[in-house]
Design a protein around this ligand. Structure first.
Ligand code: AG3
Length: 287
């Protein structure tokens, strides 16, 4: 039988020993332990280059477009007048790359806690950032995201939280404290979006986020995208804003937006609108 030797496999440990996924490692490109987490970059025949932090798959060359396009274009195009974007996390540069596709964006500030992960992604997964780190509109700072939103006097139109799951260094990015500092750092009508895990397996994360943000923002919801490497079906992306208009952006407005749709591999104006329609198993968790 082929592949009955599991020595050269990455075993994801997101759900303890209850549910693991395994990816064949064709080649290890980078392995290190930073002050914050274990970092592994390897190659897999199906996913291409894969980034794992603390044994959890974070992004892969071949399916990253789904997550990065949806986390970026949905808030920016719903808002319609975005000049300043703050990215929290996102070491691989995929969100930064998508943000910079918007010509109206004057400045994209990215706050990543782990300089070692950032440099490893730049060097070993350059396709992800695709030059975004050297764009004159990018301001990339190695710092703690919660400290940054707490202390900054700058205001942003959109904040994109491209974090790990609420384990390890990512925990603080799921707290009421973090969301309230983020709210302070938003311009009126600004939108914050977050990654909220796979509802089928991480329902608590979804419910906790919803309940926490209800205290702070008028419009709280989730939208979904299936990201193949995040095993368990749809991934939930969280949306919070005080403006009720953004969610109602029309498909006609989205179609007229100044984003080159020929560069998209997942996002379309139709997918954008449809992504807010939640399957019943997800709606039931939010009741
Ligand atoms: N951002 C999200 C990783 C989530 C993994 N969790 C999961 N499978 N539930 C990673 C960084 C991508 N730029």
């Amino acid at each position: 039988m082929e592949n009955n030797n599991f020595d050269n496999f990455f075993v994801e440990k997101l759900y303890g020993s209850n549910w693991n996924q395994m990816l064949k490692i064709s080649k290890v490109l980078f392995e290190s332990k930073s002050e914050f987490q274990d970092i592994l970059i390897f190659e897999n025949p199906i996913f291409g280059k894969v980034l794992a932090l603390d044994n959890v798959l974070q992004t892969t060359e071949n399916d990253e477009f789904i997550y990065h396009e949806m986390l970026t274009h949905v808030p920016i195009l719903s808002h319609g007048k975005v000049k300043k974007v703050l990215i929290i996390g996102g070491a691989d540069g995929g969100v930064l790359r998508e943000v910079l596709l918007h010509k109206e964006v004057e400045k994209a500030t990215m706050i990543e806690i782990d300089g070692i992960a950032l440099n490893a992604c730049k060097k070993y997964m350059p396709k992800l950032s695709n030059g975004a780190f050297s764009d004159p509109r990018s301001d990339v700072i190695v710092a703690d995201g919660i400290d940054y939103v707490k202390n900054t006097n700058e205001k942003f139109d959109v904040i994109i939280v491209d974090s790990t799951d609420p384990i390890g260094p990512g925990i603080v990015l799921f707290t009421e404290e973090f969301y309230s500092y983020s709210k302070k750092a938003l311009n009126p009508g600004g939108i914050i979006v977050t990654q909220n895990g796979v509802p089928f397996a991480q329902g608590k994360e979804l419910i906790d986020t919803y309940n926490t943000r209800k205290k702070l923002f008028k419009d709280n919801r989730f939208y979904i995208a299936p990201v193949f490497g995040y095993i368990g079906g749809f991934m939930a992306l969280g949306w919070a804003t005080d403006s009720s208009e953004h969610f109602n952006v029309s498909i006609e407005t989205l179609k007229k937006a100044n984003l080159d749709l020929s560069k998209m591999k997942y996002y379309t104006p139709g997918v954008h609108k449809a992504s807010f329609a939640l399957p019943m198993y997800i709606q039931n968790k939010l009741k």
